[in-house]
Design a protein. Structure first.
Length: 267
């Protein structure tokens, strides 16, 4: 009888360990990624790419069905257009500071998030009010250009063949105009201008943006298309593309997101 109970206990423990291992690494040992979103179509396209190219196991959830623990995920992607609920805000901040990889896409930095208590301080950003030409935050449905400003970083270069070049002058003045690799996003995309950094040089800039306002003819070049910031034991990667399905279908954009998930940060 004791021998039978011991065997039964051993089987139960083995099953529990297997279940926990599967929860951490996903099917067939794939690393798990969680996407928290409130606009599903774009993330369905992105998730398919991450699963096929990156061999990742991707779970898509909304804020109402957020898992109780985020610590089992290799990385968390945030793609929230409207309200960022406080429980979600706290969960992603705690997850990142404890050593997690947080990837924020597109409208993860937008005016709605300015209403949150901790989130912008956590990111080190600020959105000023006022006209765009005076430095006020603005969003514009438009084609725009994402420029690779960091030719040596894994996120902007691993398995990426940039399909064009653009003349660009860094917004970190004084700067010099030169040619950089770029990709051009389509008319159904959306660009943000005048994201402001509040943390000095804590961030590593990855990408710039070029946007020409059709109404005024003014061209904006800003080093805000993508960046990295260390937070606690973890890291944040922000990438501005993602507004529409065509953004996520762009091979350079999709590969950058995959690189942001698989990048091995040096201590």
């Amino acid at each position: 009888m004791k021998s039978m109970l011991s065997k039964l206990l051993f089987v139960c423990v083995a099953l529990l360990v297997a279940a926990l291992t599967c929860g951490l690494s996903g099917p067939a040992g794939r690393a798990q990624v969680l996407i928290i979103q409130d606009e599903r179509p774009q993330m369905d396209v992105l998730a398919k790419s991450l699963e096929e190219k990156g061999k990742l196991s991707v779970t898509i959830a909304d804020q109402q069905s957020l898992p109780r623990r985020l610590s089992s995920y290799k990385a968390v992607i945030v793609f929230i257009h409207k309200d960022l609920y406080e429980p979600t805000e706290r969960a992603i901040i705690d997850y990142t500071k404890a050593g997690g990889r947080l990837v924020c896409l597109h409208h993860s930095i937008s005016s709605k998030k300015a209403e949150n208590k901790f989130y912008f301080d956590f990111l080190g950003v600020q959105l000023n009010k006022g006209p765009i030409e005076d430095g006020g935050y603005a969003w514009k449905p438009s084609s725009w250009t994402l420029v690779n400003l960091n030719s040596k970083h894994y996120i902007t270069n691993h398995n990426i063949e940039w399909d064009d070049e653009a003349r660009y002058t860094s917004s970190d003045q004084p700067g010099v105009e030169k040619s950089y690799p770029c990709t051009r996003l389509k008319d159904d995309s959306e660009v943000f201008t005048n994201h402001r950094f509040t943390d000095g040089r804590d961030k590593t800039v990855l990408c710039g943006l070029i946007y020409t306002d059709k109404a005024t003819g003014r061209t904006y070049m800003q080093d805000r298309g993508g960046w990295i910031k260390t937070q606690g034991k973890g890291s944040i990667v922000y990438l501005m593309p993602g507004h529409c399905i065509s953004d996520c279908q762009n091979e350079n954009v999709a590969q950058m997101v995959l690189n942001a998930l698989t990048w091995k940060q040096r201590p």
